[in-house]
Write a protein that binds this ligand. Sequence first.
Ligand code: ADP
Ligand code: MG
Length: 402
Amino acid sequence: MNTIELLRLADVDVRGKRVLIRADLNVPQDDAGRITDDTRIRASLPAVQDALARGGAVMVTSHLGRPVEGRLTDADTLAPVAARFGELLGRDMRLIRDWVNGGTWHASLTSGDVVMLENCRVNPGEKADDVSLAQQMARLCDVYCNDAFGTAHRPEASTHAIARYAPIACAGPLLSAELDALGRALGAPRRPLVAIVAGAKVSTKLTILRALAAKVDTLIVGGGIANTFLLASGQPIGKSLAEADLAGEARAILDAFPNKVPLPIDVVCATRFAADAPSQTKPVEAVKDDDLILDIGPRTAAALGRIIAASGTIVWNGPVGVFEFDAFASGTHAIAQAIATSPAFSIAGGGDTIAAIAKFGVADRIGYISTGGGAFLEFLEGRTLPAVEVLIERARGATAAR
Ligand code: ADP
Ligand code: MG
């Protein structure tokens, strides 16, 4: 049930075929260009390994950073990524520049070969989802495989238009796994379904709240979002992070779903935003004008922990406090622990959420951790991801290959 109807790489016979894999290898680097976290490279290995093992001739590409189209600079090159990818794969990874029109490297590519194609965001027309660029790229391959969930929300030539023109267009294992996990959590979830939406990005996440409020049994809010809800319910929040102009929106959600959104009953405050600021735990009614609410209090954490323990499915995005500062990390720690020990299927995503999961050492007890920040949030918002939509269209035969 519940799985999205699209063609998967595992179901495509790739023997003797040229396979172009669009991965998300956009890894963080330090000033010297050294890779500081290779999670995305590791996550992208299975697609390449599978296509190679089954006799495909593999080309893999990705974007890296935000290059200017038409100009490859030292900061934009995939060279360090190709080196790391090769190390993990246990073989040489040749990096091809100016690859869009093919060439001798392409003509000589045979079964079992693998090459990396330079930063695809350098190609003019990539961001604009340009049709002629997409057609040129499609001509390089027999099979196009999108394995880049992290960019699935952006229609670009290598994530979207190319899927219309490649002879075969399919989803890679990472993209498939993301869609399966998200579908399982939000499609026909085991109830109660609990969503935790917190963090600092108040305005962007209010749309997610609106979409989730109708679907979930409990909507737990935290961080700046909880502050906006407290404001909406008439509680004092002092100088806390919030968006006063969205209090009406928060009020509307509280009115429409009266028992779904538990608000904090106690909070941890400080009068400055700093790691060494003295903290004070107090009931929410006692927040003063010069207070900053920087975490949920222990009574709130315990109450939320009980809801999480009794849930069937949990979706988590956003730390409930400033977990980077130890004095304000307890709430997020408690939530992470409650999710880890709950028998519920859990899915978590978001850059800082993943950092919190790592900090509290619960990664292996989360059901699924999404690799795509923006794409994960847009999925939660209920938006269709263009790169996924086009693969579904192709699977339905709605879009004919060239
Ligand atoms: P994610 O990256 O997981 O989507 P966000 O970027 O929305 O999450 O929010 C994460 C940030 O929110 C963290 O850096 C955290 O310190 C901050 N934050 C959480 N609660 C508060 C709060 N009460 N006041 C200010 N910042 C907060
Ligand atoms: Mg963030």
